[in-house]
Design a protein around this ligand. Structure first.
Ligand SMILES: *[C@@H]1O[C@H](CO)[C@@H](O)[C@H](O)[C@H]1NC(C)=O
Length: 225
């Protein structure tokens, strides 16, 4: 299903000269230590996470200065990792987090672990709506909305900061991925969503928030493939 979406989106993006683009898979590997950050980013389009591993599947990766025992288990992976990374990053142009944000259990005690994420950048409509404003997602006639990702919160100081007191823009660790926009809009030709606590709850009281959404338009008759 995803492959199909990808290829139809890519075809749309290249209407014109017949150059068949290849969806290049980007890879980010981050060793698991307290100060590390994994950064995924797309110059064109938005992030679509393909696979992610938290654990160890390789002897060489993040092995520097480690003892053989700490690298001995190469069949170590935390279940559900890909869904956690997807919910954080899908539909965004930039996504930063630490392996600790993804860790739910220790999948292999005593083994040095890392986070290995493969992702592609897919074309999508991407926009931001400041708190209290309404936004409308819309497709052409005969097409319906498919939401890649949505996040209601604050992840930088500058977005939606005009004339806001510093106290309302200083918390940039308010990432709150939400499936609500998908629930409201998927399969529809047009939908309106309000960026407000009444719709999404309040993930960080006192912070002025914004809603970031990425979606594509699909032909209606392709739904369900
Ligand atoms: C990411 O892609 C590389 C190269 O294809 C592969 O070796 C690696 O196992 C992939 N990682 C995950 C988590 O699937």
């Amino acid at each position: 299903m995803l492959l199909f979406r990808l290829s139809s989106a890519l075809l749309l993006a290249t209407a014109g000269p017949l150059v068949l683009p290849v969806a290049v898979t980007e890879r980010a590997i981050t060793c698991d230590d307290s100060s590390s950050i994994q950064r995924l980013s797309c110059e064109n389009g938005v992030i679509s996470v393909q696979s992610a591993l938290y654990g160890r599947a390789d002897r060489q990766i993040c092995s520097e200065g480690r003892s053989p025992q700490q690298l001995a288990n190469t069949r170590c992976s935390q279940e559900g990792t890909v869904d956690l990374v997807k919910s954080r990053c899908d539909g965004k142009t930039v996504c930063e987090f630490s392996p600790g944000d993804i860790r739910t259990i220790d999948p292999c005690n005593g083994i040095v672990k890392y986070l290995d994420t493969n992702y592609t950048c897919v074309p999508a409509i991407h926009f931001v709506t400041c708190e209290h404003s309404y936004t409308t997602l819309q497709c052409e006639h005969g097409q319906v909305i498919f939401v890649y990702g949505a996040d209601y919160g604050r992840r930088d100081h500058t977005t939606c900061s005009y004339r806001r007191p510093a106290s309302q823009t200083e918390n940039v660790y308010c990432s709150n991925p939400t499936s609500t926009v998908a629930e409201i809009c998927n399969g529809k030709n047009r939908c309106t969503v309000r960026a407000s606590n009444s719709v999404f709850g309040d993930p960080c009281a006192g912070t002025f928030k914004y809603l970031e959404v990425a979606y594509t338009c699909e032909c209606e008759y392709l739904q369900g493939f």
